[in-house]
Write a protein that binds this ligand. Structure first.
Ligand code: SF4
Ligand code: SF4
Length: 567
């Protein structure tokens, strides 16, 4: 394997490795615009020019392969001078409108110009005028004056999405990007062009002009839009999620995510329908109540029923920790095995890139955590037993099971219905006690994706839980600006709790011993009792997750339709 020395640092790399990748392995960044690690090499921006000893001319680091003994200088006088000239050239027709550009603060052109640019322009002529604010499709707007013609957007659509939609039109200094005649940029993955654009030429129609990036915090999370579990960054200002962007995980989503997940998977977190207080039905009307009162009310309401008269529904929208506590509560405290959760699948809405037909993030995790029907009592049977008047009390965690008219009517037959959810739903409207629960963006937890990868998420939005139990939120992290995640989260905090905590509290009032300080402690217990989670911990999951141990999974889960599709 060749050894190359870059900026005085020697690394050994695979045959065929390019200088830019070898430098990355050595922890050295070579400035670049058109090169992207997930795309083919275009070599058109010339920003990555480096000086190589014994070579007469500078070479582009993105397309030049290393050879044994090669010595590369990224910051020699010649390389810096070339970089400065490239930047001056790129900026000739650039509008320099950073103060009103959405990309400012996270723009490669802005950053490199500050680091390497000439600081002035020799141009005296008027700048070229090009098309501005051109909608390329429902979600993406194009500003040709900011475009540096790197072709990343074209390559994403050609190579990743496999839907060639964009192309260069015109020539010379009039070139710009456009869709092919008769085409629109309306693919389910169209918004990935925004992420790869190194400048502010492509902007997100949903997010543009909502915030300056330095006013927001970004937190690592997992998309809850389907069972792929794409890794994301959640961008928040004043406790409101403003946008999601994909986060690199080669095992799950590479650099990409779908538009539906990006635009819709966080809407319920910001929803005006969010529940902000426990509710207890009094005189036929749901009324706000304190936590202690509602927890006691729920426990008292469940007491009169025998184990066969009670059923519980877990949720594929909730975390592994929530589902584990729910099944423990059902089996050990209530003594019932009437337990299941509902699938939410859209048949046919699946492709070979990312999108999965299962529109929940954790059906595999709910099953692995023990929310599985047994003794022939699955969700269908539970509904039959409710209809027959045999099941009289139901606990529903984080799911709107009354979405159909038929089930809605069935639920009215119950003597007691207790529901956890983050928004008002048809199910909460029928409940006797409602607990406002935290969403995936407000708590720690894990999801297991359809491939069996356990992935951790963290709170991106602050809630009152953080004031009440500050010790639970000690796994702090810093965003790219070095600020703690809640530096900008000055907005109102919701009065919500994680479902595992709510259910433990009800369980303890009924004589259970479910005392956990944090989701992490719940997960540690799962890793001890569930063979498929054996050896895992939050620390081991890191930011890329870890696979379940398949040898153990039979102990608590059956193979789902979704998993069967994969195998
Ligand atoms: S729009 Fe952005 S990604 Fe596309 S060519 Fe222009 S600068 Fe590159
Ligand atoms: S593919 Fe699924 S997990 Fe990924 S972004 Fe889309 S909805 Fe979210």
């Amino acid at each position: 394997m060749p050894k190359v020395t870059i900026e005085g640092k020697t690394v050994e790399v695979e045959n065929g490795t390019t200088i830019i990748r070898a430098a990355a392995q050595a922890g050295i960044e070579i400035p670049h615009f058109c090169w992207h690690p997930g795309l083919s090499v275009a070599g058109n921006c010339r920003m990555c020019l480096v000086e190589i000893e014994k070579m007469p001319k500078l070479a582009i680091a993105c397309a030049t392969q290393v050879s044994d003994g090669m010595v590369v200088h990224v910051n020699s006088e010649k390389a810096i001078e070339a970089r400065k000239a490239v930047l001056e050239f790129i900026l000739i027709n650039h509008p320099l409108d950073c103060p009103i550009c959405d990309e400012a603060g996270e723009c490669n052109l802005q950053d490199y110009t500050y680091s390497y640019g000439p600081g002035h322009s020799a141009l005296e002529e008027a700048k070229n005028k090009k098309p501005k604010r051109v909608p390329l499709g429902p979600n993406v707007v194009y500003d040709a004056e900011r475009c540096i013609l790197c072709s990343r957007c074209i390559r994403v659509m050609d190579e990743v999405v496999k839907n060639p939609t964009l192309t260069f039109v015109e020539r010379g200094d009039r070139v710009y990007i456009d869709t092919f005649p008769g085409k629109e940029l309306n693919d389910p993955y169209s918004m990935n062009v925004i992420d790869v654009c190194p400048v502010g030429a492509l902007t997100n129609r949903d997010y543009r002009f909502k915030a300056r990036v330095w006013e927001t915090s970004s937190t690592e999370g997992i998309c809850a839009g389907c069972s792929r579990g794409c890794n994301i960054n959640i961008w928040v200002r004043n406790n409101e999620i403003l946008r999601l962007t994909p986060r690199f995980n080669p095992e799950v989503n590479s650099y990409w995510m779908c538009d539906n997940g990006r635009l819709n998977s966080f809407r319920e977190v910001n929803s005006a329908e969010r529940l902000n207080s426990p509710l207890v039905r009094k005189d036929g009307v749901l009324q706000e109540a304190g936590w202690d009162e509602s927890l006691a009310h729920a426990a008292d309401a469940l007491k009169p029923f025998s184990k066969d008269e009670i059923a519980v529904f877990g949720s594929a929208y909730s975390s592994v920790e929530d589902n584990y506590i729910l099944q423990k509560f059902a089996k050990q405290v209530l003594g019932t095995t009437n337990i299941d959760f509902l699938q939410h699948t859209i048949e046919g809405d699946q492709d070979n890139l990312l999108i999965r037909a299962d529109k929940t993030p954790n059906s595999c995790g709910a099953r692995e955590a023990g929310v599985v029907s047994s003794k022939g009592v699955d969700s269908k049977k539970i509904f039959e037993l409710i209809a027959a008047g045999k099941i009289k009390a139901l606990y529903v965690m984080d799911d709107d099971i009354a979405a159909s008219k038929e089930i809605e009517e069935l639920l009215t037959k119950l003597d007691v219905l207790i529901v956890n959810h983050w928004v008002k739903t048809k199910t909460t409207q029928l409940a006797d006690v409602v607990f406002p629960s935290a969403t995936f963006a407000e708590k720690y937890g894990t999801f297991v994706n359809f491939l069996g990868r356990v992935q951790m998420f963290r709170p991106a939005v602050s809630t009152l839980e953080q004031e009440r139990v500050p010790g639970r939120f000690t796994m702090s992290r810093l965003d790219k600006f070095g600020s703690a995640f809640d530096k900008w989260n000055k907005g109102p905090r919701r009065n919500v709790r994680s479902s595992w905590e709510i259910i433990s509290a009800v369980g303890n009032l009924l004589g259970g011993k479910m005392r956990y300080q944090s989701a992490q402690k719940v997960f540690d217990e799962i890793a001890q009792v569930a063979p498929s989670f054996k050896g895992l911990s939050y620390a081991k999951l890191g930011d890329r997750g870890a696979l379940l141990s398949r040898q153990g999974s039979g102990s608590i889960g059956k193979k789902s339709k979704e998993e069967a599709l994969v195998s």
